[in-house]
Design a protein around this ligand. Structure first.
Ligand code: PEP
Ligand code: MN
Length: 269
């Protein structure tokens, strides 16, 4: 038997589109930018970043409230209260939200305050979580595992899809290799390969992919040329003060420049 089939191009030739409502559609016909902080830090921060997204015409904000941190002493997120503020502020500004779910028990409490559930790289093979997300009526983005192969990512997607949830997208966020000059090895090759093997949208995460602020924009543009259907990028009004991942987080000026470059590239890809 095949390790996966429903997510493959062989099973469905036409690219999947994910309609989030209000005219926000993720798919092959437009490069979708999602941006926001690594971690939600409070109402003032949410407001500032959401206002920047409105200004830049970006319709989806990212931000974690349950953070998977290597050290238990690092900031682990504002939890469900943070999510409620995140959702309410974004709703009032017409912005959709994507946020990470770490375990099955969180799905229900998060459900009403989420547009896209993000499965983090550390949970790509949490098969119970994937099964459970297969049963919800909400879009899901699955990241590639930290040392995960392309095939393993597709098999993880198959868990969600085969359990009944077809509103699914794949995310390349870099993998762990011997190279230590940057945080992760962003696998640009994975983008055309995933697009060839699967009908699901492919999203790039250049922030975690390289982990160095000054190079994030270039990798975003490269992923667009490689055929990605969108990107998820970390931004903050004061990256130096961010509670997590500030080193790879764009400030507003860098972000505005990136949006301009993406809009220019839209004409040619
Ligand atoms: C994140 O998006 O902030 C994150 C923790 O990503 P990843 O799961 O790819 O490490
Ligand atoms: Mn992060």
């Amino acid at each position: 038997t095949d390790a996966y089939k429903l997510v493959s191009r062989k099973w469905k030739l036409r690219a999947t589109e994910i309609d989030l409502g209000d005219g926000v559609v993720i798919g092959e016909n437009n490069f979708t930018l999602m941006a926001g902080p690594c971690s939600i830090e409070g109402e003032d921060q949410i407001e500032k970043i959401a206002d920047q997204l409105v200004k830049s015409g970006v319709k989806i904000m990212r931000g974690g409230v349950f953070k998977p941190r290597s050290s238990p002493y690092a900031f682990r997120g504002m939890g469900i209260e943070g999510l409620k503020s995140f959702y309410e502020i974004c709703r009032s500004k017409g912005i959709k939200i994507i946020t990470e779910v770490m375990q099955v028990s969180q799905i229900e409490e998060m459900f009403d305050y989420v547009d896209i559930f993000q499965v983090g790289a550390r949970n790509t093979q949490n098969f119970n979580l994937l099964d459970a997300l297969g049963e919800v009526d909400k879009a899901v983005l699955i990241k590639r595992g930290i040392s995960g192969s392309i095939d393993e990512l597709l098999q993880s997607a198959e868990y969600v899809f085969s359990a009944g949830n077809e509103r699914l997208m794949l995310c390349e966020r870099g993998i762990r290799t011997f190279e230590s000059a940057y945080r992760n090895t962003f696998d640009i090759n994975a983008i055309p390969i995933l697009k060839e093997k699967s009908h699901l949208p492919v999203i790039a995460d250049p922030s975690h992919g390289i982990g160095i602020r000054k190079h994030v924009s270039r990798i975003t543009l490269a992923s667009m040329i490689a055929g990605a259907d969108g990107a998820i990028v970390e931004i903050h009004h004061e990256p130096e003060k961010a509670f997590s991942d500030g080193q790879q987080t764009l400030n507003f000026e860098e972000f505005e420049h990136l949006v301009e470059q993406i809009d220019m590239l839209r004409e040619v890809v």
